[in-house]
Design a protein. Structure first.
Length: 482
């Protein structure tokens, strides 16, 4: 059988059985009290009869009716006594007090006295019920001298018992209501409000608020339940975060794989083109130099040949970059002094930079990196050359390190990289420079070198006002002070 809520179940399964048990116990108690009260009333009548027996026997033997009447009148005021009658040896009524209807006939009085033992009897007089105790009276010789009848009105007793029963039932009802109120209030403060709070918390969680946690309050069982639910939610949250982290990692690896496949395909294409163009270009440049050595040549012809040679050199530089980009040789890692490498690159940049560009180097001389010297120097040189071309007055090369990584920053005070171009600058052949001033391979070569060294190349704004490229590499595990 189901109940709409725990409160209803508590009332039906706890309160009602308690009330029923209380009513049954009260009824049984009342019945016992009624029987005990009736017995006690009867015993009181018997006690009165025994108390009056001796003085009445003497007065009756002495034939003193006045003393008899005076003796029985002493019972006036006793709640238990309804009437008292004294009968002589022949059954005649000698004295009496109270309702005459309670008196018994003469023959019956003689018969009761002749039994010589105390007797009890009752009689229904209309709507009244009378109960009597008959006590034989004897003289000094033990002969029957008469009979004493002490009568009570059972209706009055019954009325008293009815009132007592009504009061008891009312008390039981009030006690039941009080018990019900106590149980309901106790349920609310001990159980109900905590269940309401748990239900509210679970509703928030069901609606998607997985960061909500249940309050640890109430009895030990509620506290244990709240802790268990909170631990379950912590586990769910941790699992979701781990799933999200793995999903992001998987997406990143998928993007890296896609990029690596694309770069590999472009690299193979670039390597093939560079190889095919290398020999003809060398022949073209060699013939140009031979022609320039001839004396019989006017200025126009010489200028044209020099222009051909310069363009051949530019093409040769592009071919070298293509070959660098398409190279897939394994890394030859050695421990490098990063400070020395950065200062050499800065010195080369000063020789090629326009006048007025200040180049700064800030690197702790104790920092070491494990890298392929040719690949990492080529990557950093591309970054420094690009910054030198973009800088207006300042170019800063710096490095810092923590327990896991070394970060190399190349920043300038140039115009920076437009926001719409930042996702494209590391793609092969993409450049923001005018036609003829860049191949779009420098940053691609640097980015590929960073990834080959288990690092990455990033781009953001710098306080100088221009762009800042950050090359992050794993830190050398050898002793840096060695």
């Amino acid at each position: 059988m189901g109940f709409p809520n725990l409160r209803t179940a508590t009332v039906a399964l706890v309160v009602l059985p308690c009330l029923l048990a209380t009513a049954l116990i009260g009824w049984a108690t009342l019945r016992g009290l009624e029987e005990r009260y009736s017995t006690r009333m009867q015993e009181d009548l018997e006690l009165i009869a025994r108390t009056l027996r001796l003085p009445l026997s003497r007065a009756l033997a002495a034939d003193r009716p006045g003393l008899i009447q005076e003796t029985i009148e002493s019972t006036i005021g006793m709640d238990q006594v309804y009437a008292v009658h004294v009968y002589g040896r022949q059954g005649q009524q000698v004295a009496g007090i109270g309702r005459r209807r309670a008196a018994v006939p003469t023959a019956e009085a003689v018969e009761l006295a002749g039994q010589r033992e105390r007797q009890e009897g009752s009689a229904d007089l209309g709507e009244e019920t009378l109960e009597s105790v008959f006590q034989p009276l004897t003289d000094e010789g033990g002969r029957i001298a008469g009979l004493l009848q002490v009568t009570r009105h059972s209706s009055a007793v019954q009325a008293y018992l009815d009132r007592a029963r009504a009061i008891a039932l009312l008390a039981i009802g009030l006690a039941g209501l009080l018990l019900t109120g106590v149980i309901v209030l106790g349920h609310h403060f001990g159980i109900g409000r905590h269940l309401i709070r748990l239900e509210g918390g679970m509703r928030r969680i069901r609606e998607g608020d997985l960061e909500h946690r249940l309050a640890i309050a109430g009895a030990a069982e509620f506290r244990d339940l709240a802790r268990g639910i909170n631990r379950m939610l912590d586990g769910i949250t941790a699992s979701q975060r781990e799933i999200e982290r793995r999903r992001e990692t998987e997406q990143l690896l998928r993007e890296r794989l896609h990029r690596a496949e694309k770069m590999a395909a472009i690299g193979r294409l670039a390597g093939g083109i560079a190889h095919e163009l290398g020999s003809p270009l060398s022949t073209l440049y060699g013939r140009t130099q031979q022609l320039l050595r001839r004396p019989a040549m006017d200025d126009t012809q010489r200028a044209a040949l020099e222009d051909i040679g310069d363009n051949a050199l530019r093409i040769e530089k592009t071919i070298r970059q293509l070959m660098d980009f398409g190279r897939s040789n394994p890394l030859n890692r050695v421990t490098l002094d990063l400070s020395d490498l950065l200062h050499r690159l800065a010195a080369d940049a000063r020789a090629l930079s326009p006048e007025g560009v200040e180049i700064e180097v800030d690197c702790d001389p104790r920092i070491r990196i494990a890298a392929d010297p040719l690949r990492i120097e080529q990557a950093l040189r591309n970054l420094v050359d690009n910054a030198a071309q973009a800088a207006r007055t300042r170019l800063r090369i710096s490095a810092d390190a923590d327990a896991q990584h070394v970060r190399i920053h190349v920043a300038d005070d140039g115009p920076g990289v437009p926001a719409e171009s930042r996702d494209l600058v590391f793609d092969p052949f993409y450049t923001t420079k005018p036609v003829g001033q860049g191949t779009g391979l420098g940053l691609s070569v640097a980015s590929a070198a960073a990834e080959d060294h288990d690092g990455h190349l990033g781009l953001d704004d710098d306080v100088l006002g221009g762009a800042r490229f950050t090359l992050t590499l794993p830190r050398e595990t050898a002793d840096e002070n060695a």
